[in-house]
Design a protein. Structure first.
Length: 139
C-alpha cells in the first residue's frame, strides 16, 4: 500500500477517534454515575478556565490545519502536527487529575497510537521526501 494512502487512512482514523473521544467525555449518558459523582469532587490547582479553553482551541485548530496540510503533503504541516501533540500534552498536564471511563481511556490511547504512527510516517519513512514547501502548493 502506498504511504500516501496509509497517511490518509491514519488521518481519517485520528479524526474519528478525536470525535469519539469528545462524545465519550462530553455527554453524561456515556459516563457512569460513579464517574459523574467523583468528577464533581474538590478542586485542585487549575489554571484559569479561559487559558485551558484557549489552549484547547489552539490545539484543535492546529490539529485540523495539520491534517489538511498532511493530506496535501505540505512540509509546514509536519511540525504543526507535532506542535499540536505537544500542545495537547501540555493541556493534559494543566488540566489536572481526571476520572474517565474505560471507553474514553481506550479512545485516548488509540489516538496516541495513531498520532505516533502519523508522526513516524511523515518523519521517518520515505514519504518524508515527498513533502513540499508551501510555495509549491500549485504544482
Amino acid at each position: 500500500m502506498r504511504h500516501e494512502r496509509i497517511l490518509g487512512i491514519l488521518i481519517l482514523s485520528d479524526l474519528v477517534l478525536a470525535v469519539s473521544g469528545l462524545v465519550s467525555q462530553a455527554f453524561p449518558p456515556f459516563r457512569p454515575a460513579l464517574v459523574q459523582i467523583f468528577s464533581t469532587g474538590a478542586e485542585v490547582f487549575h489554571p484559569s478556565p479561559t487559558l485551558l479553553t484557549a489552549l484547547w482551541a489552539a490545539v484543535a485548530v492546529s490539529t485540523v490545519l495539520a491534517w489538511i496540510g498532511l493530506l496535501w503533503l505540505l512540509r509546514p504541516a509536519r511540525p504543526l502536527y507535532l506542535g499540536s501533540w505537544v500542545g495537547y500534552l501540555v493541556l493534559l498536564l494543566l488540566r489536572g487529575p481526571v476520572i474517565s471511563t474505560a471507553a474514553s481511556h481506550v479512545i485516548q490511547m488509540l489516538m496516541a497510537l495513531v498520532g505516533g504512527m502519523i508522526l513516524g510516517l511523515v518523519y521517518f519513512s520515505e514519504l518524508r521526501t515527498k513533502f513540499r514547501p508551501l510555495r509549491n502548493l500549485s504544482s
